[in-house]
Design a binder for this molecule. Structure first.
Ligand SMILES: *Cc1c(COP(=O)(O)O)cnc(C)c1O
Length: 360
C-alpha cells in the first residue's frame, strides 16, 4: 500500500473533510527502533524503544502538525502563514508553505538558531526575520501580528498542529499493539507532550489500546519553567529547540503529567551531551541535542531508582518504554563538531596512518 502521510492514514481522528486540500510531504510513519544498549542499562524486564522523529521530511516531528495546519490554512484560503521558532517550526512551515504555494514569515530569536534549521527556512523561500530577544518575545510578536493581519499563526498554539502531532502516539500504539507503559520526551513550548497525551487518550477511547503511558517530560536545567513553577526570563541551554522560558501549552503539559501519574523533571546540559553521544555511539542514531533529552531523562531516572521500585507484577512484561527522538542530528552540525575531537592531519604515508589506526 502506498503511504500518503498522516492525514490520509489517520483522517478519522483529524479535523479534515473531503473539502480539505491535503498538503503533505508524506510525513510520519517513522520507525520505532529497539534500543538494546539502553534496554540493558535498565534491566531484563524492560524494553526500550526510540521513536525516531528526525526521519520526518524536514527532520523533526513538527511536520506532523504542519501538514494539518497548512492544509487547514489552505482550506480557509489563507495566503500567508507566520511562526515564531527556535528553528524546526520555521523549517517545517517554510517547506509546507512552499508546497502549498503560500507565503511564509518566520520570526527567530537572533543568533539562537542551529545552522541546519536556518538553512532550511532560507532555501524554502521563507521571509526570515531575526528579532532581538528570545523565543518568547518572538512568539508574542507573532500572536500580535496574526490578531490584526491576514496571516495564519502556525505555532503549536494553532490547534491543528496539536491534532497532527498526536498521530505519533497512534503509530506507537499500532507498532507495539498497545500503548507503552512509559513515554519520555523533551518539553519546550509543551505542545508535543499535550499532543501525545491527547492522542493516547483518544486511541484508548476508540478501543485501539487498553492502557495509557505515564508521561515523563524533561526540560533543560537552565530552561525549566514548568519544573520551577515560574517563567524563566533568560532561558539558557545548548538544546536550542527547548530554550523556552514561558511555554504556551504550560497548563496542558501539567495536565498530561498529572492525569498520567508521570513527572516533569530537569536534565543538565552535560547530561544532554552524554546522552547525545551515547545515542550516536551505541545505538547508531544521530539526533539534535534537544532530542537527546529523552534519553538523558531515562538515564537520570534509572540512576535514581525510578524503574527499580516499580510493582513489577502489575505489568505485562516486558515493560515498554518509549523515548521520543524529536529531531535529526544534522540540524545542528556545529554541536556535533564541537563535541568531538578534530581529526588529526597526517602525512600521506601508509605506516603513519596504520600506526594511528593501531595496526602497526
Ligand atoms: C519543537 C521541538 C521540541 C519541543 O517541543 P514542544 O512541543 O515545543 O515542547 C523538542 N525537540 C525538537 C527537536 C523540537 O523541534
Amino acid at each position: 500500500m502506498v503511504y500518503n502521510g498522516v492525514i490520509e492514514r489517520y483522517k478519522e481522528y483529524l479535523p479534515v473533510t473531503e473539502k480539505t486540500p491535503i498538503i503533505t510531504l508524506k510525513e510520519g510513519n517513522t520507525p520505532l527502533i529497539p534500543a538494546s544498549c539502553l534496554g540493558s542499562l535498565i534491566g531484563d524486564n524492560f524494553a526500550v524503544y526510540l521513536k525516531y522523529e528526525g526521519l520526518n521530511p524536514t527532520g523533526s516531528f513538527k511536520d506532523r502538525g504542519m501538514t494539518v495546519a497548512i492544509s487547514k490554512a489552505c482550506e480557509e484560503k489563507a495566503t500567508a502563514v507566520i511562526c515564531a521558532s527556535t528553528g524546526n517550526t520555521s523549517a517545517s512551515s517554510a517547506a509546507y508553505a512552499a508546497k502549498a504555494g503560500m507565503k511564509c514569515f518566520v520570526l527567530i530569536p537572533e543568533g539562537a538558531i542551529a545552522l541546519g534549521k536556518l538553512s532550511q527556512a532560507f532555501i524554502h523561500g521563507a521571509v526570515v526575520l531575526a528579532v532581538k530577544g528570545n523565543f518568547d518575545t518572538a512568539l508574542k510578536l507573532a500572536r500580535e501580528i496574526t490578531a490584526k493581519y491576514p496571516v495564519t499563526l502556525v505555532n503549536s498554539l494553532n490547534p491543528y498542529r496539536i491534532e497532527g502531532q498526536k498521530t505519533a502516539s497512534f503509530e506507537i500504539c499500532d507498532t507495539l499493539g498497545n500503548a507503552p507503559d512509559f513515554q519520555l520526551m523533551p518539553v519546550g513550548n509543551a505542545g508535543n507532550i499535550t499532543a501525545y497525551w491527547k492522542g493516547y487518550k483518544e486511541y484508548k477511547e476508540k478501543g485501539n489500546s487498553t492502557k495509557l503511558p505515564k508521561m515523563l517530560g524533561f526540560q533543560a536545567e537552565g530552561a525549566a519553567p514548568i519544573v520551577k513553577g515560574r517563567p524563566i526570563k533568560n532561558p539558557k541551554t545548548i538544546a536550542t529547540a527547548i530554550k523556552i522560558g514561558n511555554p504556551a501549552s504550560w497548563k496542558t503539559a501539567v495536565e498530561a503529567r498529572d492525569e498520567s501519574g508521570g513527572l516533569i523533571d530537569t536534565v543538565s546540559d552535560d547530561e544532554i551531551i552524554a546522552a547525545y553521544k551515547l545515542l550516536a555511539e551505541k545505538e547508531g542514531i544521530f539526533v539534535e541535542p534537544a532530542s537527546a533529552v529523552s534519553v538523558a531523562g531515562l538515564i537520570k531516572l534509572t540512576k535514581n531508582g525510578y524503574f527499580k521500585n516499580l510493582p513489577i507484577t502489575a505489568y505485562q512484561l516486558p515493560i515498554a518504554i518509549v523515548c521520543i527522538l524529536t529531531g535529526h542530528g544534522l540540524k545542528d552540525p556545529e554541536r556535533a563538531i564541537a563535541t568531538i575531537k578534530k581529526p588529526r592531519v597526517l602525512k600521506p604515508d601508509l605506516k603513519v596512518i596504520l600506526k594511528e589506526m593501531g595496526y602497526y
